[in-house]
Every structure is written in structure tokens, then in C-alpha cells.
Ligand binder design. Structure first.
Ligand code: MGD
Ligand code: MGD
Ligand code: MO
Length: 786
């Protein structure tokens, strides 16, 4: 067994591992690897993965990993580097998305790609290179494609980046203005054990859907959904406030309050108003810990706009009976209340407002900073939310500073490509879109994730060159000029895990790469060499060296916390390291509550802001939480043409577009299409039978799906999950991708997040047979030299 010498000696905080010194020890008989949907072990026979076994410590393993043996050899793997035919012929991008490809050997294609980057850099500068490359990539920290592509472009002098995310971008950009920190979303939420022990009422806006708990970025050892639900409902009355009853599993016997999509802010405001009007609020909390409450409460009373935000007012907006709203409001004071909202609420027009209104409601109830109370965003959005703060230390390759300093908010990508030189407001500043000539994507799928795909298609026609590293023939790969085949996690060694998960995971290389696929690290190393910056990108380290470096960094952090780390050999052979149980549960704003002067929050007032001067400076913003019309919702005049509110939740049998063509994912489809869930009354009114093929359309485009009757869907709402591979036919999609329908507009100038959940459509019976899918086969590929 060979060890890097540095691993057996004490490491200091300055890491001194020499490049070239790390050699991997052997792995176990039953190696381990991991996906964003969980760790697993594999039986490898004759160089192939014969079987995938759930990780022995996972109480509720995801079935998604079963798809691996099939997906490793999927006919949709990108096997060799290819270049788009029309691009070689100089078509100016016209045939992107429709074209055939020509194979090219690695040396030539790397020369060509490097030359393109160099050309654009010379003629347009580094701000002509877009490599924000948003996307989840794969589990494993070292081979995380998005980290690598951005590091590479930082090495070549800079690029245009993307900031925030699709998941909770509006909240990320906005919450720091009123909370001082980006708290409340993600890892920092209050620990579940405090809910189990203290919470009386758990308001679950958007529910706690079991499917979302299959996933956590980075790789996970433990799916603790059952524990979460048991603990969250053991003492508390949980109310599922959602347009979909099944956003909480029936087994937990929770109450369902059916609410119209995008109207949660109005309900929260009425609850707040009623509590204050009845003088049941906690004035001393407001005085001590918040700033501007009087201006917000004046708005709620109607003194500023003549409209009291009463139960009747909210009833007309939300569709919930006024008495129900009143009863709920008056049941809250004096109780320990958790105001919990899913991230989906803010992926909507003015999505900043329900989160701010939730903070307002938790504040008038005096709950912020108490165990089991307050507000939290995302308990129902991702695995392990509310887990003890394990702080499992992980590291990928360090990012390098981006010399251009330019980053657009993630969901403004089509705007940027279509409007070079235009200005936009975002997070308190005015910014200018750069003029992009080359787009490089690695580890993301904008033709999965972005809204209004017809608009994105037009935007993707603009750049001179589009390069994509992909493992599969996704819709994005089909819109690229140069497609470089990337390995999947099972084809390389890595370390995975997530800070809220108990396990640090070894990810063993299980099989050789398919075809000529290469690791992204190698692709970028070879490009960097051609551009004269190999040393900057690699720092002289091989992939194995980086693995050693990462392990050393992790063990160093563990030691500094008094935790004895395993040796690399032990870790690699066991396949995991179990973090010790942290002592204290985490309660958001507990320190602030105890000592607001000492632990003042980083806002201009030093308090939680229910009125913000900087927000008031934005167009259309009064400066406090406010009900603003989401434009496409059930209260809009547009319902006379498109009467159904389309929600596009996360899919239950895959992660986004990943594994869309696995048998497991296809097992949830009918006739290769996703099911759109409809209230039977809405379906009947349209002559649509259960199981009928339907066309879903609006003024932006259309797609196809199979109708599924579901009495748990609020009337007027349709649910079509994301993830079906976009298969364009003019402005329609032969497949079931909701993003041909969604609107490409920011949440607001405050956050500029993705507003996918504000979307009106109509549905009709399909009057012709379903067309054959083209995207279930790779595009036409001409062998090299033909
Ligand atoms: N309508 C609607 N749209 C939405 C949402 C919604 O609610 N409604 N949700 C949004 C949200 S929250 C998100 S996070 C986004 C998700 O959008 P994405 O993160 O872009 O979706 P993924 O399908 O996970 O894309 C990751 C891609 O990386 C590729 N990949 C995996 N491993 C590797 C690797 O090692 N190397 C390379 N080169 N590639 C690799 C995969 O094959 C896959 O195509 O979608 C957003 N879009
Ligand atoms: N299986 C699986 N799990 C996933 C993912 C996946 O692709 N597959 N993706 C992961 C990612 S990247 C993310 S960001 C998270 C996202 O987590 P979320 O944003 O929480 O997930 P969604 O599924 O979009 O929404 C959850 C529920 O919110 C309800 N909802 C939608 N709009 C509204 C509204 O306006 N008001 C109310 N009250 N309810 C509403 C819908 O009924 C929906 O079922 O999920 C993660 N989990
Ligand atoms: Mo997300």
C-alpha cells in the first residue's frame, strides 16, 4: 500500500502536500460511490456494474441509483468529440438544435476549442466569454464540472459568470437586505430536534413533499425523511398550505389548506393583520428586534392605501374562506409557531414577498430565535433540512478570482444573450449586459432549467460558438457547436458529501469511461496547456494529487474541531467516515434574540427590517412586504384565454433532466410522456379523460403530456413536473417540458430570480397521435473524414 508521505504526518493549517506525491490505495471488494440522490455500493463484474446496492446506513434509499448500470451504457452517451456540421460550414448558428455532427479526434478538437477561446479573447476580450455554466453537475467535489469550467476560465484571464441560483435565487439576493445574512434558506435552518421538542403549529407553505427529500447536492449517505416527518408532526399541528394536497403524504394526517398558487403573501399578510388588529401580537418583540414594523402594520391596516389586509381581502385573492383565515390567525398567538415555506414560493413573480411576509408573521408572533419557532425556508425542498449541523467538511478545487468581475443573476441568461449593452436593476445596483461571443457549459442543462425555451433558443443562436462538455445527448448538447464527451461519476475517483449529512463518502472509480469520454479535469488541463496556463489551472497537481489534497484539507479541518480523522487508507477502504453527532441543535437568530445589541444583524438599522429604505428606492416597491400582482395567476384577466395555473414541481423519479431516459424515470411516464395532474372537474370541463393525451399551450409555446386525474389538485391548477428532454418542433415541444410554457422574467428587480411558477396555460385533448420523440436517440453523427 502506498501512501502520500504527508498523510501520515501531522498536517499544519498551511497545506504543504507536494504535487505528484499521491497514489491511491486499493479499494474495498464492494466499492462505494454516490449521486446527488444517495450513496450506493456496486457489484462490478467483467469491468461493468452488474448491480447497485443501497448504502448500508441509508434508512430510505432512493431508487434512482438503480438506473446506473443502464445509464452507463445508454445509447444517449456522448462517446466521441463532435463538431456541428453547420458550424464547420459557417452557418452563423442557424441550425443549432436541428443539426448533425461530425466526429473529430481529441487532439484536433482541443486545438480547435482552444483556438476559438483565444480568438474571442483577442477580438472581444474576456468579457466576451460566458462560462457561468449554471447546473448541478454531479456529486463528488473534485470533479464538479461547474467548479472546473469556472476555474479554467478564471485561469485564462476571466469570463462572465452567473451568481445566485435557480433554486432560491430571489431569496439569496434579497434576504440579506432585510436579515443582514442569507439565513433562513439552506443549511442554516433551525434544527428539527427543536421542532420535535417545542413546536405547536407548523405552517408548511408548499408542504413537505417526500420526493424532494431524495436529493441533496454533493452526495448523501442518509435519507431521513421519515424521521423528519415523524418528529415534525409528533407534537406540532402541521398544516399543508399548498395547491396540492399530496405535498404532504397522507400518512401524516395533516390538515390541508388549499391555496391558489402565488398568493401566499396575501394569506400571511391577513394572518398578521388579524393578530395585530386583535392586539394579540408581541409588540415588545417588534420594538426590540425589528425596524419599520409600524410602516408595515400601517399598510396592513389600510391606512396607507385604503385597503385593509383583512380575512375577506385575502379570501378573494387566495380562494380560502375568510372564516378559515380568521380561525387560523387567532389560533396562533401564544403558541410556538414555525412559519415554514418551500423554495417554490419564491420561484414566482414577486417571489421575494412571501418570504418577507413570512418573516413579518413570525415577528408579530414573537417567534424568531426560539427553538422550534420562527421562520424557515426549504424544510420541504431538499433532503436533510433541519438535520443536526454536522458541518461535514468538504472541498472541491479552489475557485480562482475572476478578473472581469462580471456575473449576471443566474436566470437572466437569455436576456443577456439577446440584449448586449442593455442595463438592468438587480440587488440595489444598475448593471450592463456584456456582449457574449462564446458560451461554454459544463455540468448544467439550460434547455432543462431555463424558462421560455423558444426565447432561449433565439438567444442561443446569437453567440459565435457554443461549447458543451456532456455525458449525455441533452437538449443543451444538441444546441452546441462543439460537444466534448465527459465521464460520469462512476468512471472516476472522488470524495462526496454534504455539510448537513452525517457521512463523508468515498467515491470509487467503478468502470472505465464509455467510448472516448474524458474527465472534465483532463479536458480543461489540456485546453489550459494549449492556452499557456496549465500551471495556473492545475497548480502542478494530477487528479490523484487533488484527491490527496482534498482529503488532507478535510482531515485538517476535522482535527481542528477535535475530531480524529481516519487515515486515507481506512477511509477509502471503508468507503465512508461517520461524523460525530453535534452537541447543540441550531436555532436561527438565537444569539440575536439573546443579545440584540451584541449580535446586531448586518442591516442599516442593525435589526430585522420590516421596512427597508434600500428596498423603497426600487421602482414599485413601498419598502415593506407588499402584495404585488404576480401577473400570471388565477386572479389575472389573462385567465379568460389561459385559465389554468401551471406549476412545474421537481420530478419524483429523477433529478431535473438527469436520468430522464432511464427505465425508472420512464416507468413514471405514459407513452413516453410526463403526466399532467389535473382536478377531475377541470379535465371533464375540457372533455379530457383520465389517461388522455393532451396539449398544454399558451402564447409562448406548447408541449404534450398525458392527463392524470387527481382530486388533490386545487381546481384551476395543473401540475407538470420538470425534467422531460426538450424536443422542439417549431414552437412546440414533442415532449413534456414545462419550460416551453413558462415566462422568462425575473422575480423582480430585488432578486431577479427564476419566476417559473407564475404561468397560465390552457389544456386540450390532443386530436392526433403522439409524435415520435427524436431526443430518445442521439443526433445524426458523421464519422470523422466523411
Ligand atoms: N419550470 C421550471 N424550471 C425549473 C425549475 C422549476 O421549478 N420549474 N427549477 C429550477 C431549479 S431549482 C434548478 S436547480 C434547475 C436545475 O437545472 P440543471 O442543474 O441545469 O439540471 P440538471 O439536469 O441537473 O443538469 C446537470 C447536467 O450536468 C450533466 N453532468 C452531470 N455530471 C457531469 C460531469 O461530470 N461533467 C459534465 N460535463 N456534465 C455533467 C448532466 O448530464 C446534466 O445534463 O432547474 C430549474 N428549472
Ligand atoms: N426528486 C427530486 N427532488 C428534488 C429535485 C429533483 O429534481 N427531483 N430537485 C431539487 C432542487 S434543485 C430543488 S431547488 C428543490 C426545490 O424544492 P421546492 O421548490 O420546494 O420544490 P417544488 O417541487 O418545486 O415545489 C414543492 C411544492 O410546492 C407547491 N407550490 C408551488 N407553487 C406554490 C405556491 O405558490 N404556493 C404554495 N403554497 N405552494 C406552491 C407545489 O404544489 C409543489 O409540489 O427540490 C430538490 N429536490
Ligand atoms: Mo434547484
Amino acid at each position: 500500500m502506498l501512501y502520500p508521505s504527508v498523510l501520515s504526518t501531522e498536517t499544519s493549517s498551511t497545506l504543504v502536500q507536494r504535487p505528484g506525491s499521491f497514489t491511491l490505495p486499493s479499494k474495498t471488494a464492494l466499492p462505494l460511490s454516490a449521486s446527488h440522490w444517495g450513496a450506493f455500493r456496486a457489484e462490478v463484474k467483467n469491468g461493468a456494474v452488474a448491480r447497485v446496492l443501497p448504502f448500508e446506513h441509508d434508512p430510505r434509499p432512493s431508487r434512482m441509483n438503480e438506473a446506473w448500470p443502464e445509464m452507463l451504457n445508454s445509447p444517449l452517451r456522448v462517446l466521441r468529440p463532435v463538431v456541428r456540421k453547420g458550424w464547420l460550414e459557417g452557418d452563423g448558428g442557424a441550425a443549432r438544435g436541428e443539426d448533425s455532427y461530425v466526429e473529430m479526434d481529441w487532439e484536433r478538437v482541443l486545438d480547435l476549442t482552444a483556438a476559438e477561446i483565444a480568438r474571442v479573447r483577442t477580438f472581444a476580450g474576456n468579457q466576451g466569454l460566458f462560462a457561468g455554466s449554471y447546473g448541478w453537475s454531479s456529486a463528488g467535489r473534485l470533479h464538479h464540472a461547474r467548479t472546473l469550467v469556472r476555474r479554467f476560465f478564471a485561469s485564462v484571464g476571466g469570463f462572465v459568470d452567473q451568481e445566485t441560483n435557480y433554486s432560491y435565487g430571489a431569496a439569496m439576493a434579497f434576504l440579506p437586505r432585510v436579515l443582514g445574512v442569507n439565513d433562513g434558506v439552506g443549511a442554516s435552518v433551525t434544527s428539527l430536534s427543536t421542532i420535535r421538542d417545542h413546536c405547536d403549529v407548523f405552517l408548511a407553505f408548499g408542504g413537505i413533499p417526500a420526493k424532494n427529500w431524495e436529493i441533496q447536492s454533493g452526495g448523501i449517505g442518509e435519507h431521513r425523511f421519515d424521521t423528519f416527518m415523524r418528529d415534525a408532526t409528533s407534537r406540532a399541528r402541521m398544516i399543508n398550505i399548498s395547491p396540492y394536497r399530496k405535498d404532504v403524504e397522507d400518512a401524516f394526517a395533516v390538515e390541508w389548506l388549499a391555496i391558489r398558487p402565488n398568493t401566499d403573501a396575501a394569506l400571511m399578510m391577513a394572518l398578521t393583520r388579524i393578530i395585530v388588529a386583535e392586539n394579540r401580537h408581541d409588540q415588545s418583540f417588534l420594538d426590540r428586534y425589528t425596524s419599520g414594523a409600524e410602516r408595515y402594520l400601517a399598510y396592513l391596516s389600510g391606512s396607507t392605501d385604503g385597503v385593509e389586509k383583512s380575512a375577506e381581502w385575502a379570501s378573494a385573492i387566495t380562494g380560502i374562506e375568510a372564516d378559515t383565515i380568521r380561525d387560523l390567525a387567532l389560533s396562533l398567538p401564544g403558541k410556538r409557531v414555525m412559519v415554514a415555506a418551500n423554495w417554490s414560493l419564491q420561484r414566482a413573480r414577486h417571489g421575494e414577498q412571501p418570504f418577507w411576509a413570512a418573516i413579518g408573521l413570525a415577528a408579530v408572533l414573537g417567534q424568531i430565535g426560539l427553538p422550534g419557532g420562527g421562520f424557515a425556508f426549504g424544510y420541504g425542498s431538499s433532503n436533510a433540512m433541519g438535520n443536526p449541523p454536522y458541518g461535514t467538511p468538504l472541498t472541491g478545487l479552489p475557485s480562482l478570482p475572476n478578473p472581469t468581475g462580471i456575473a449576471i443573476p443566474v436566470a437572466r441568461v437569455a436576456d443577456m444573450l439577446l440584449n448586449p449593452g442593455a442595463t438592468y436593476r438587480y440587488a440595489g445596483g444598475t448593471h450592463t449586459y456584456p456582449d457574449i461571443r462564446l458560451v461554454y457549459w459544463a455540468g448544467g442543462n439550460p434547455f432543462h432549467h431555463h424558462q421560455d425555451l423558444n426565447r432561449l433558443r433565439a438567444a442561443f443562436r446569437r453567440p459565435e460558438t457554443i461549447v458543451v462538455n456532456e455525458s449525455y445527448w441533452t437538449a443543451t448538447a444538441r444546441h452546441a457547436d462543439i460537444v466534448l464527451p465527459a465521464t460520469v461519476t462512476l468512471e472516476r475517483d472522488d470524495i462526496g458529501g454534504a455539510s448537513r449529512d452525517r457521512y463523508l463518502l468515498a467515491m470509487h472509480k467503478l468502470v472505465e469511461p464509455a467510448g472516448e469520454a474524458r474527465n472534465d479535469y483532463r479536458i480543461f488541463t489540456d485546453l489550459a496547456a494549449r492556452l499557456g496556463v496549465e500551471d495556473v489551472f492545475t497548480e502542478g497537481r494530477s487528479e490523484a494529487d487533488w484527491l490527496g489534497w482534498a482529503f488532507e484539507t478535510i482531515t485538517d479541518r476535522l482535527r481542528r474541531r477535535g475530531i480524529t480523522p481516519p487515515s486515507f487508507e481506512e477511509f477509502w477502504q471503508t468507503g465512508y467516515f461517520e461524523m460525530p453527532e453535534p452537541g447543540e441543535p441550531h436555532v436561527m437568530f438565537e444569539g440575536y434574540r439573546q443579545d440584540p445589541a451584541e449580535a446586531r444583524v448586518d442591516t442599516p438599522s442593525g435589526k430585522i427590517e420590516l421596512f427597508s429604505d434600500s428596498v423603497a428606492a426600487e421602482p414599485g416597491q413601498p419598502g415593506h412586504p407588499v402584495w404585488l400582482d404576480p401577473e400570471e395567476w388565477l386572479g389575472s384577466a389573462k385567465t379568460s384565454v389561459f385559465p389554468l395555473h401551471l406549476l412545474s414541481p421537481q420530478p419524483d423519479r429523477k433529478l431535473h433532466g438527469q436520468m430522464d431516459f432511464s427505465s425508472y424515470s420512464r416507468g413514471g411516464k405514459i407513452r413516453e410522456r410526463e403526466c399532467v395532474r389535473l382536478n377531475p372537474d377541470d379535465a371533464n370541463a375540457r372533455g379530457v379523460e383520465d389517461g388522455a393525451d393532451v396539449r398544454i399551450f399558451n402564447d409562448r409555446g406548447s408541449c404534450l403530456a398525458v392527463a392524470k386525474y387527481d382530486a388533490g389538485v386545487l381546481a384551476g391548477v395543473a401540475l407538470l413536473p420538470t425534467g422531460a428532454t426538450y424536443d422542439p418542433d417549431g414552437r412546440s415541444d414533442r415532449n413534456s417540458n414545462p419550460n416551453v410554457l413558462t415566462r422568462d422574467v425575473g422575480t423582480s428587480e430585488l432578486g431577479q430570480g427564476c419566476a417559473a411558477q407564475s404561468c397560465l396555460v390552457e389544456i386540450e385533448r390532443l386530436d392526433r397521435p403522439l409524435p415520435e420523440l427524436r431526443v430518445s436517440r442521439p443526433p445524426v453523427i458523421h464519422p470523422a473524414g466523411n
